[in-house]
Design a protein around this ligand. Structure first.
Ligand code: ZN
Length: 202
């Protein structure tokens, strides 16, 4: 399986990192080795002094497809969930400065937290609230109604470049409020009131 990630999909997050609003979705990949095994803590990697959490709504692909139109994209997933796109912000800043790829900052081992999935019927996908709590304080409070590109548009867009396959997961971008993790932090993801993951940082 592969993980397809979307960057800059919420206007307020674009502002907080002083990025330009993109003309098309920003897309990058994480390999399956990036997945943090269930119930494992997240270990801050030794090559970074500034690892950020980014809570994101996830979509699990359930069939193979390419060149999917937005109108039919809903047939390619049954479940949505919540996860974290851990980002070594200092490493990413160096990559951006030099125009280099982001993999070292975004695709390292443990950088993809994939929480529980739920049937999509349980939610209004265009108005789905989600939060990240850090040590019991809400640090990110998002809603899919603020996405620049909705889920079906994202599936359509990425499928123009990559064949999507059963088991692939799409990270749909993070809202504002990203910040650094420290050893000892506990991160809890909440999707419309349901706890979708809990991660200890070590
Ligand atoms: Zn992200």
């Amino acid at each position: 399986m592969k993980i397809i990630c979307i960057g800059r999909n919420y206007a307020k997050h674009i502002e907080e990192l002083a990025n330009e609003k993109p003309e098309h979705p920003v897309v990058f990949l994480k390999p399956d080795s990036a997945i943090l095994p269930k119930k494992m803590p997240f270990f801050i990697p030794p090559f970074s002094n500034d690892v950020h959490y980014e809570v994101e709504v996830l979509v699990k692909i359930n069939r193979v497809g390419k060149h999917i139109s937005p109108k039919f994209a809903h047939k390619y997933y049954e479940e949505v969930g919540l996860g974290i796109d851990f980002t070594a912000r200092d490493v990413q800043a160096k990559c951006k400065e030099k125009g280099l790829p982001w993999e070292k900052a975004k695709a390292f081992d443990g950088s993809a937290v994939i929480g529980d999935f739920y049937p999509k019927e349980q939610f209004d996908l265009q108005n789905l609230s989600f939060q990240l709590k850090k040590n019991d304080a809400i640090v990110q409070d998002g809603n899919t109604n603020a996405m620049l590109w909705q889920i079906d548009e994202l599936i359509s867009y990425v499928s123009q470049y990559f064949t999507i396959k059963k088991g692939d997961v799409i990270f749909t971008g993070t809202p504002a409020g990203v910040g650094e993790v420290k050893e000892g932090d506990v991160l809890i993801g909440v999707l419309k009131g349901k706890e979708a993951f809990q991660i200890k940082v070590k």
